[in-house]
Design a protein around this ligand. Sequence first.
Ligand SMILES: Cc1cc2nc3c(=O)[nH]c(=O)nc-3n(C[C@H](O)[C@H](O)[C@H](O)COP(=O)(O)OP(=O)(O)OC[C@H]3O[C@@H](n4cnc5c(N)ncnc54)[C@H](O)[C@@H]3O)c2cc1C
Length: 456
Amino acid sequence: MTGDWKTRSFWLEHKDYEPARRLDGDEVTDVVIVGGGYTGLWSAICLKDADPAIDVTVLEQKVVGYGASGRNGGFAMTMVGRNIHQLRKMVGSGQAKATYWAMHDAISEIEEFARAENIDADIWRSGNLTVSNGPEQDVRIRQDVEAADRLGIPIEFLDPAQVQEYARSETFRIGHFEEQALILDPAALARGLADAARRRGVKIREFTPVDSVETIGGLRVEARTPFGTVHADRAVIATNAYAQAIPELRRFIFTIYAYISLTEPLTAEQWERIGWQSKCGIEDKRIMVHFSRPTADGRILWGGRDAPFMPGGPNQRHDRNQQLFDRLEETFRWTFPYLDDVRMDRGWAGPVCGTVDSIASVNWMKGQRILYALGYAGHGVGPSRLIGKIVRDMLLTGGTDLTELPFVTKRPVPMPPGNVLRRAVLDTAHNVLISVDEHPERADRGLGKLALKILQ
Ligand SMILES: Cc1cc2nc3c(=O)[nH]c(=O)nc-3n(C[C@H](O)[C@H](O)[C@H](O)COP(=O)(O)OP(=O)(O)OC[C@H]3O[C@@H](n4cnc5c(N)ncnc54)[C@H](O)[C@@H]3O)c2cc1C
């Protein structure tokens, strides 16, 4: 078996993992799930917990966690959409509130599930600090706090002195803090979920790429792979950005790549300089967000900034890009100038499934046999648990409170048709957003002004 999956991220590499065997010949099951990331694995677990008699098979083209689930920053947050202010504007107060509390439950459930199943994923409930780095970002901090206050959501405003108590940087201004957020080792979580699914009787076939999923006579489905066909009652497409290969889904999703740089381990004295003792996650309020967190072995993970659009979809050749790692290092040095003796050790990237409104979507394709669940737009660690429960409800029960949430009821916003127009729109949007962040003084003109009107 090829071992190139190990080199895709620090997380996939730093702990041992023995992949499972691939599919070997035809199989019959009740539900076949395509994709062994958090969405596929949580869906499998939730289905089995609701009905232990149901047969579930997960087919993964490489290893579990090979996609974004094994490469991300490891922030499990309640956030859905771009932020709580935006979510409220988009779906209204009632739906925003219901979504928030469903996410609040999901975060607690991840923590409890990991504890109950002995998943060793270095999970800390250290909360999440969101900071502003400039006056335009102050506005966004205040918008979130105001929206949270109106909705009765526990997000706390922090003045400059309070922000510095979490971590010292001259670039940090005001901020807000949410306790209901976890920091974790993402690949270890994916592998722990796979083990928990196996203990429940789920069959997980790794190194098994699915070439097609077809409905047969409207009564059953076939997932075809080079090593055999899985015949099932229903299928779930949980392939995140890789679903761009499916025309019905490509209409409303696009692929962006998120980049991460990782420092070497800091000494105790270097940690002392930044006073980041609580180990909380930190995000900023740029439009193209930066995120950073400590790792269990004492490094700083620093990610975000560019996130370019990749018209051809996921491809390993985007997994490393020195120019983008250099740009990440530039903002790291700017934020923590007194860590000038800390070296960057490595970097990686992964595919993010973008949607226009940044809200994940779960719905049926081709009648009631094939369900898709994807489109987290960069915030899927927490929401994937909730989406797993929604997949369960849609497959087993039909309507529940969870299937009334925007993930199901809000129609995904379609992309412009045709490759040329699609590419032009996405490239322009990306360039405008980068320039709004890097030249905020010019953001009140032309397309920048329009972008801010939509995003703020
Ligand atoms: C660099 C980076 C940083 C991020 N940071 C955060 C963060 O800190 N917090 C947060 O909430 N979110 C973050 N995200 C987003 C988060 O990782 C994703 O939203 C989440 O992992 C999506 O899970 P998933 O299971 O839907 O998709 P994936 O993890 O991508 O899983 C899809 C799986 O499908 C498999 N697959 C694809 N095609 C096929 C096929 N034809 N046959 C079989 N298998 C197939 C893939 O190999 C993959 O394993 C980040 C993403 C990236 C890339």
